[in-house]
Design a protein around this ligand. Structure first.
Ligand SMILES: [Zn+2]
Length: 396
């Protein structure tokens, strides 16, 4: 048995950035047949991180499974391989989850005071990567090396080029558990999936890739309804940037995006600018004060939020965090105005994006879980503005 099994670890310690640790998680055994049924992720971590990961209650949780398989990897026009829906998929449904092949810092930077040299950073990162890949099972090693590499002509060594082409950024998710992990370059971590790394880009993506540290799983869920045969896409750049900026950001990936938004860039850029300019609605402090006010017939927030929701849907940007924030605020506004059915409807969408429920549990259990969670989300705001109900109905 590996002496570094999760059960043998101590409480989280401080993170030591001068110390790197190679570890197969949840655990690796000399007899690979004894490894976790969901697989092993080869990790490069700072000192103390492994202890913090293994100290999570219930670690390692099982990787969630879609009840009915929904995807396949197949050739995508102009983009090598891609992921495709093999059946109709509902919004917020889990499409697929897997234990990643690799989790490591996005790059190995010189620590403070040693200066910065891009070439040596790349060479050092590639050496570290080589060690991690050597430790993988033969099947995982072959899967990593088979991934695409769009950094063939920029001086990136092959293994590091594959990392740059296929990595998903997960620093933010790690910080939720390992709060000492800093923001900025030292806190940037990347994961590589075996199948999820095949998902191609669209400026109006239909799926969301997320990472969960307790189950050590990379997941992809639908952000809107997806038709059978449709390619499953995600984002490789800031979706609210104008088309020319997005093209510049995407150029290292070696393709020119031809999605609907890029084909109709002038109208699309105008809509995306308007969505960007609506950010204040998500952060507006007066909104919280409005929610706490005594009953009144004031639906200004509902109208503004509905306009923003339509604009985001018109541009197919349901992946934006702002889309979820807008629906959450709509749930609260509808609850406060006494419109419980719509409050529940928006709240269920918000819950659906938070955790994999749709597609993971049977429909009957899904309805119960979503209704219960939605009711508890809107409960604090429900019917505070009972006087507004009549007014709302007369506007409808
Ligand atoms: Zn595009």
């Amino acid at each position: 048995m590996d002496p570094e099994l999760p059960g043998n670890t101590s409480a989280p310690t401080t993170i030591n950035y001068d110390q790197y640790r190679f570890a197969g998680l949840p655990a690796t055994y000399f007899n690979t047949a004894a490894n976790d049924a969901d697989g092993v992720t080869e990790c490069i971590l700072y000192g103390g991180m492994k202890e913090a990961i293994c100290a999570q209650p219930d670690f390692p949780k099982a990787v969630p499974r879609a009840l009915v398989p929904a995807h396949q990897i197949a050739p995508s026009v102009g983009a090598g391989l891609g992921m495709f829906a093999t059946r109709a998929i509902r919004a917020h449904e889990l499409i697929f989850a897997e234990r990643p092949l690799l989790l490591m810092p996005a790059a190995f930077w010189p620590t403070q005071g040693r200066g910065f040299d891009r070439e040596s950073m790349i060479a050092h990162s590639n050496e570290m990567l080589k060690c991690a890949i050597k430790r993988m099972t033969p099947a995982n090693r072959a899967a990593y090396c088979a991934l695409s590499n769009s950094h063939l002509r920029d001086g990136s060594p092959e293994l590091f080029g594959i990392l740059r082409t296929n990595g998903f950024s997960v620093g933010e998710r790690l910080r939720e558990v390992i709060t000492q992990l800093p923001e900025g370059p030292m806190g940037m971590f990347t994961v590589i999936g075996k199948e999820l790394s095949r998902i191609n880009h669209s400026c109006s993506p239909n799926s969301h890739v997320d990472f969960d540290l307790c189950s050590l799983s990379l997941r992809v869920s639908a952000v809107r309804n997806i038709a059978e045969g449709e390619e499953i896409t995600t984002m490789y750049c800031d979706l609210l940037d104008p088309c020319t900026t997005r093209r510049r950001t995407l150029s290292p990936y070696g393709f020119t995006c031809a999605c609907e938004a890029c084909q109709h860039r002038i109208d699309s850029d105008v809509r995306r600018r308007r969505i960007h300019a609506s950010h204040h609605l998500w952060k507006d402090a007066t909104f919280e004060r409005w929610l706490r006010k005594p009953p009144q017939v004031d639906d200004q927030y509902k109208m503004q939020l509905l306009r923003l929701l339509r604009l985001i849907e018109e541009e197919n940007l349901q992946l934006l965090q702002g889309y979820r924030n807008t629906r959450q605020k709509l749930a609260f506004v509808c609850a406060a105005l006494g419109d419980k059915p719509n409050a529940i409807k928006y709240a269920k969408d918000v819950i659906g994006t938070r955790s994999p429920i749709r597609g993971v549990v049977p429909i009957s259990a899904e309805k119960t879980l979503l209704n219960k969670a939605a009711r508890s989300l809107i409960e604090p705001h429900l019917s505070k503005k009972v006087g507004a109900r009549t007014h709302e109905m007369s506007r409808a």
